[in-house]
Design a protein around this ligand. Structure first.
Ligand code: F6R
Length: 365
């Protein structure tokens, strides 16, 4: 059932090129430079009336939402915000009919996300589900939305659902963007980039053995910091979540600029810093922060764009991801960090598929 892999998590990491193909298939319109997401179920006029996108989720799904926030703002010029679902439901959320609320949930059963959907429905928002499990409660109660088609995710730690969530959010943003300022040419280019995601992930997974060898150098750590900026900030959060939940190393994800506002006090000789330094806007600033960490003795593992020697020079160890659109680069980067977390946890002999205290689906608040 694990298809020859030692753990479901590793199997699911390797399934990602196929999961992504399934999530993307038939949903890109290369001629119009747009996407076809019939599940969004609205006429062009309705979509034009959307003034704000509110993305809801918990855990890994929340992190996918954070990438979506950038995508909606940058591609569609729509104000977007992410709210942790429990926070949303208890805070008297200001919601109107011109809001598109996207509930992101792999299982479609997370109690807080479901309650947030009910709250948003009650307030008259336009609510959509982004679920993996077909017929799940959130998928049913939202009535419209887009399925991930990632296939069943067994491992408690979410992997393929995350990358498919991001891919679908990019396609949603592309669709909304094309109704607004995003030109056909730009749309066509991005559609091609999205279409290439499965190959980018394949190439990242090819580095599995290298990442496994590298993980040896970090597996005895007690703490780790993941840093990134812009599109890669959510990836830093997700990388830290993956590492902590399966390896039990205390890992924190920080915006690279936040380091000097406190966390830098914790750096000692050899403290691991995992720096997301792909070639995207803000890279140089992140490299500056890496330099500050090095000066305090930290050991730096950099995720950098293939062939970026300049960035690699700042690092002690490097994982390369293929060059691609900056928003798209969140996906191969996240895959690299999934493999890193997996191998660290394997070396530490952890219960990878069933970490202590965790359940696959959190159906109580
Ligand atoms: C982390 C993880 C959890 C889930 C969260 C939401 O690897 O799996 O953080 O992402 O419990 O679950 P869903 O997406 O099913 O609502």
């Amino acid at each position: 059932e694990k298809g020859g892999f030692e753990h479901f998590m590793l199997k699911e990491i390797h399934e990602q090129p196929d999961s992504l193909r399934n999530a993307i298939r038939g949903r890109l319109d290369f001629n119009l430079g747009s996407s076809v997401l019939s599940g969004m179920g609205t006429s062009a006029r309705d979509l034009a009336e959307i003034q704000r996108v509110v993305l809801l989720g918990c855990g890994t799904s929340l992190h996918a939402g954070l990438v979506g926030e950038y995508a909606f703002e940058d591609l569609a010029d729509i104000h977007a915000e992410v709210q942790q679902a429990a926070e949303f439901r208890y805070r008297n959320p200001l919601i109107s009919r011109s809001d598109l609320v996207v509930a992101i949930s792999q299982s479609g059963e997370t109690a807080d996300t479901l309650a947030a959907v009910r709250e948003a429905n009650q307030k008259g928002a336009f609510v959509m589900g982004l679920c993996n499990v077909v017929g799940s409660t959130i998928a049913r109660e939202t009535g419209r939305g887009v399925y991930l088609h990632a296939g069943p995710e067994i491992s408690v730690a979410s992997t393929k659902a995350f990358t498919c969530q991001v891919a679908v959010l990019l396609m949603m943003a592309l669709k909304l963007g094309r109704g607004r300022r995003f030109s056909r040419d730009e749309g066509m280019r991005l559609a091609q980039e999205i279409d290439a995601i499965p190959q980018l992930v394949e190439r990242t997974i090819e580095q599995n053995d290298r990442i496994a060898a590298l993980a040896e150098r970090y597996a005895a750590s007690e703490h780790a910091f993941f840093i990134g900026r812009g599109y890669l900030f959510p990836v830093a959060l997700e990388g830290a979540l993956k590492l902590k939940e399966i390896s039990y190393i205390h890992a924190e994800g920080y915006h690279a600029a936040e380091l000097k506002h406190g966390p830098i006090a914790l750096l000692e000789e050899g403290t691991p810093i995992i720096a997301l330094a792909n070639d995207i806007p803000g890279k140089d600033k992140t490299l500056g922060n890496v330099e500050e960490c090095r000066a305090r003795g930290a050991r730096i593992l950099g995720v950098v764009t293939e062939g970026d020697k300049e960035a690699a020079e700042f690092m002690d160890d490097v994982i390369e991801v293929p060059a691609c659109h900056p928003l798209v680069s969140t996906i191969p980067s996240a895959v690299a960090l999934q493999l890193f977390a997996y191998h660290v946890a394997r070396i530490r002999a952890c219960e990878i598929d069933q970490p202590r205290n965790l359940a696959k689906s959190v159906t109580v608040e």
